[in-house]
Ligand binder design. Sequence first.
Ligand code: EPU
Length: 419
Amino acid sequence: MDKIIIHGGRRLKGEVQVSGAKNSALPLLFATLLASGKHRVANVPHLRDINTVEKLLRILGADVVRENGSFAVDASEIRSVEAPYDLVRTMRASVLVLGPLLARLGHARVSLPGGCAIGARPIGLHLKGLEAMGAKIALDHGYVEARAKRLQGARIYFDLPTVGGTENLMMAAALAKGTTVLENAAREPEILELAEALNKMGARVEGAGSDTVVIEGVDELRPMDHAVMPDRIEAGTFMVAAAITRGDVLIAGVIPDHLEALISKLKEAGAEILEGERGLRVKGPRKIGSVNIKTNPHPGFPTDMQAQFMALMTLGAGTSIITENVFENRFMHVCELQRMGADIVIEGHTATVKGVKGLLGAPVMATDLRASASLILAGLAADNTTEVSRIYHLDRGYERIEDKLRGLGASIERVKEPM
Ligand code: EPU
């Protein structure tokens, strides 16, 4: 298994290009199941999760040709309607095949994802919405079996804004009979992008990006030609990398509107952030200010940036209170940061981070995608050497992160660990 070795203490400088957004590419690739014909999805990042989607699309019968960052998907003939456990287990987003398969073929069988490192992460809201649209849902040996002759438009209120639930139901509703209204919908930029792509396919989706999305069902959709937007979380991670190393980095391609909460918190912590035509330039502060954050659904502070921001706060000049409101168990990076000398106390959903003078390099282990990123960031700022193992999590969501950081002057390498 690979690990990453970092010799910390170097200020990052230069320019880094943001890759296509993982969490946008996933639903877009699944949306290709909604229409026959040849879709083209460009600017798809090279990641382990994307390999999983490719595998799943092939299992379902789609013809997938991948060339550099571009996917040509022809889902004219669907052979299977089952997303097997082995794939759903490695990537929960596989449940996003439910909406498209049910809408187009009237039948889908998807393994229940179960828990994951960051919490229980149920899909009850996806299922409740599909039932409201007329689907019959049964649980069978760990699988969700959903059937519907034709889904019917419905008014659906989400008890909490779920990103995947909103996406699944938007895709299902695109081919339903009549109008679907999703209330208390998630407002993440990925939802807006999916709506844009669906509309290119001939769907009628309005209001995406607000808490009410209205989808007027159509009888048939056509293939899409779409390029995935830049990854706001990858961009945010590089912004924190600039701040924590007191560096000066131009993050090219980032869309600042997607990161307002993070930008404002980084400024509060003393970073200088300049918006230019090509992206955001982040200059790290000499003294890192301690600021409080609370994660919340978009446009709140993203839970996917909590671990990375906490790494920055370990070196703050005072005390920072970090509250995780989206997932129940997203503090697994804390023990590892503590092993590097961080002073963090957790109580329930809140972490109290007292800034320390410096972090000390140590062997650490990643437990989920964003936790891995936070350990890399801590390693960049720590004294001596940090070894991050179990980095397969990192490869799920960051494209060539070590190359990109090396390009900014970091001393970082990937080595093979003996099996
Ligand atoms: N929830 C329910 N019932 C449901 C669905 C969700 O209770 O039926 C709860 C979840 O347990 C969680 C909250 O609602 O507490 C929000 O979950 P959501 O459904 O919004 O999350 P998701 O769609 O499973 C996506 C991203 C995550 C990101 C979250 C929140 C993708 C593929 N994943 O997950 O990304 O953290 O939204 O923004 O888009 C990551 O990239 O590292 C990552 C985990």
